[in-house]
Design a protein around this ligand. Structure first.
Ligand code: C2E
Ligand code: MG
Ligand code: MG
Length: 686
């Protein structure tokens, strides 16, 4: 806000000087003008300034004004003027004419008064408008009559007159769930137990809906402390309440699917556990669902498609439940269901079956049909739980069991599973020390060329002999090693052993032997950026040429992080290594990646070979798949290896498919390094 401009604009700065002519010039000014010496004493002043202070001009000279301007221009100053009153002046620096400083004093008292009044009225207005936004009420406790301000009525959708002057108009509108709270708070204040009344509750609006209000009030008491009147305000806080509810919703619901999240599910589970502790006949179950192959869908079709699939799955899960049951999303592709008050365990397995059935129909996402299924683990309250986390853990364990049996299965948690889980933990602890304690070995299984009938290479397979348990199957410890990350060290150790062994065979048998060493590489190893460097070091140290080494990688390991995998694979190719896809046909089986990645060979999974040549009726489909894979491999210029060949009949069939290589018990199991060298040296043909 700027002060009003005076009649004599001081922008017309006079030539700074002193003397009579100068005095005449400044006397025309309506504002006070003066020259100060270096100490702030007036040496020259105009008539206006003399008028302001109510003295003669001469009396001003020598008076100390003492207002250094500090470089701030203008500044406001309160001075006592001729009438003894206080006036506000605004000081402007006109100029400096050493040793004098010329300043102008403008009386802005009137303007300051207006300004302050304005400020006060603005505050007043704010107060008034805030009050206008609040409804006001008054309650005469003696006559029990109440009055409500127009705004009070307006908040509840009523006009000026259409409400009675009774407390009932207020209290009868309180939401049934809030009544108890409101009444006891009112009572407490009227009886003098609280210093004021303040309560948030819902009141019924004329439209039938409820508004959230904040009601504040104070009782007026007589000298005995007895309340006679009660008055207060009513504020509509619906907007704030809605916002608060949204925030609370976010804390307990999964924003993607709008299902309860882990926190809310655990809370409901806690309630169920409490009920189970009280009532002997009460039984509940928790279903733990994990979507099969969700990661592959997510990685290949993108997160948007993955998200849409999760939402659609959520809706189908809701459809397969009874009203009292609740379904939640724990995160990722994991869902949980709480089956409340079931009769027996069979009820839970029935729901699991219903969920499987519900998920069978394809999901249409962006015009594309997707098929999916879930593995379900079930934990029942009859096991006697006390903590919700334990129920979830066991349902999760059962889910893993279901998954191990194949897709779209369910499994019930039992104590044997618990024992199994404990064993897994024990194995994990022991596995950490297995290499150091010399419990690990590498065995070699020959891979046979179907063209020549001779051994063309070996697959290195890890073997673990536990000091107490004996031989632990790789399928058991490799999974644990992968889950715990131990596979990185173990894999490096196997690779080094295999290369040392290979170098040893070469020394003993001569370099002429055309032979390939295949080593399995897990996805965890593949995601190590320095994998190629590690391998290069081992090759150098063991003096094995890169071209003698083949790495077996599963499809899923590549497709987990296709971009980084591509970079790593290319670096491995630069070392001259060969790359082979292991367990081909069991994973995603998209063929496009075979061309995108520098692959040399495919290994047809054992499950397709298993039934070949056993039963003509069932081998039809598998035989078609196996021969198709061979054909695809051929067309892409890849070598094809059949895994798990156990019979002569299978071998012959594979020959008719013109499969390049085979591996299996029919030729030899995996054997130790010396036995493998013997197999090589006898140069047997199949
Ligand atoms: P894989 O890489 O697919 O290895 C082939 C598995 O099939 C081996 O099981 C082998 O013994 C078995 N096999 C070979 N021929 C036949 C047959 O004719 N009939 C039957 N029933 N089975 C046959 P193994 O040694 O138990 O290894 C299982 C899996 O463990 C391997 O599957 C591989 O994925 C993993 N594995 C083993 N050693 C290592 C390792 O050093 N590193 C990594 N990353 N994984 C390994
Ligand atoms: Mg393998
Ligand atoms: Mg395999």
């Amino acid at each position: 806000m700027n002060p009003p401009v005076s009649d004599a604009p001081f922008e017309l700065v006079p030539p700074v000087s002193t003397g009579d002519a100068w005095r005449r010039w400044i006397d025309r000014d309506f504002d006070g003008v003066c020259a100060l010496d270096s100490e702030g004493r007036i040496v020259e002043a105009n008539l206006a300034l003399a008028r302001l202070f109510g003295v003669k001009r001469e009396d001003l000279v020598g008076r100390l004004l003492g207002v250094p301007l500090f470089g701030v221009d203008p500044i406001e100053l309160v001075v006592r003027v001729h009438s003894g009153e206080l006036a506000t002046v605004e000081l402007h620096l006109l100029g400096r004419d050493a040793p004098h400083t010329w300043i102008k004093l403008r009386d802005i008292t009137g303007w300051v008064r207006t300004r302050d009044e304005l400020q006060r009225s603005r505050e007043h207005y704010e107060l008034v408008s805030r009050a206008a936004n609040d409804g006001l009420w008054h309650w005469d406790l003696e006559s029990d009559r109440a009055t409500f301000s127009p705004r009070w009525k307006e908040i509840l959708g009523h006009g000026e007159r259409d409400l009675d002057e009774s407390v009932g108009e207020w209290l009868d509108r309180v939401h049934p769930e809030d009544k108890e709270r409101v009444h006891s708070a009112l009572r407490a204040h009227i009886e003098g137990l609280t210093s004021h009344f303040e309560n948030e509750h819902r009141l019924k609006h004329e439209s039938g809906s409820y508004r959230w209000v904040l009601c504040r009030g104070l009782a007026v008491r007589d000298e005995n402390g007895k309340s006679s009147h009660f008055a207060g305000s009513l504020t509509d806080v619906t907007h704030r309440k809605v916002a608060e509810e949204q925030l609370a919703h976010r804390a307990f619901y999964d924003p993607l699917t709008n299902l309860p999240n882990r926190a809310l599910f655990l809370d409901r589970l806690r309630h169920a556990l409490r009920r189970a502790a009280r009532r002997k006949d009460y039984l509940f179950a928790v279903l733990f669902l994990d979507i099969d192959r969700f990661k592959v869908i997510n990685d290949s079709l993108g997160h948007m498609a993955g998200d849409r699939l999760l939402v659609m799955i959520a809706r189908r899960l809701e459809l397969s439940l009874r009203p009292g049951d609740s379904v939640a999303r724990l995160g990722g592709d994991e869902f949980t269901v709480l089956l409340d008050d079931i009769k027996d365990v069979a009820d839970a397995t029935k729901v699991a079956e219903r969920i499987h059935a519900e998920l069978v129909a394809p999901f249409n996402i962006g015009g594309q049909e997707l098929f999916t299924s879930a593995s379900i683990g079930i934990a029942c309250s009859n096991t006697g739980y006390s903590r919700p986390e334990d129920v979830l853990r066991d349902a999760d364990t059962a889910m893993y069991r279901a998954k191990a049996r194949g897709r779209a299965r369910h499994a019930l948690f039992d104590t044997a599973m618990h024992a199994h889980a404990v064993r897994q933990l024990q194995i994990e602890a022991d596995l950490r020390r297995a290499v150091e304690r010399n419990e690990m070995r590498v065995f070699y299984q020959p891979i046979v060329s179907l063209e020549t009938g001779r051994i063309s290479g070996f697959e290195a397979l890890a073997r673990w002999t536990h000091p107490e348990r004996g031989a632990v199957p790789p399928n058991e410890f490799i999974v644990i090693a992968e889950e715990t990350g131990l596979i990185v060290q173990l894999g490096r150790w196997v690779l080094r052993e295999a290369c040392l062994q290979f170098a040893d065979w070469r020394r003993r048998l001569g370099v002429s032997e055309p032979c390939l060493m295949s080593v399995n590489v897990s996805s965890k190893q593949l995601s190590q950026p320095d994998l190629a460097t590690q391998i290069a070091q081992v090759l150098e140290e063991t003096e094995v040429p890169g071209s003698a080494l083949q790495l077996e990688i599963t499809e899923s390991a590549i497709l987990e992080h296709p971009e980084s995998a591509k970079a790593v694979l290319e670096r491995l190719k630069e070392l001259g290594l060969r790359l082979s896809i292991d367990d081909f046909g069991t994973g995603y089986s998209s063929l496009s990646y075979l061309q995108r990645f520098p692959i040399d060979a495919l290994k047809i999974d054992r499950s397709f070979i298993q039934h070949l040549g056993v039963d003509k009726a069932i081998d039809g489909e598998d035989a078609r798949i196996a021969s198709t894979i061979v054909m695809i491999g051929r067309n892409l210029g890849l070598d094809v290896v059949a895994e798990g060949v156990e019979t002569q009949a299978q071998l012959e069939l594979l020959r008719t498919f013109r499969c390049d290589y085979a591996q299996g018990f029919h030729f030899s199991r995996a054997v130790d390094g010396d036995a493998a060298r013997d197999l090589l040296s006898v140069a047997r043909r199949w």
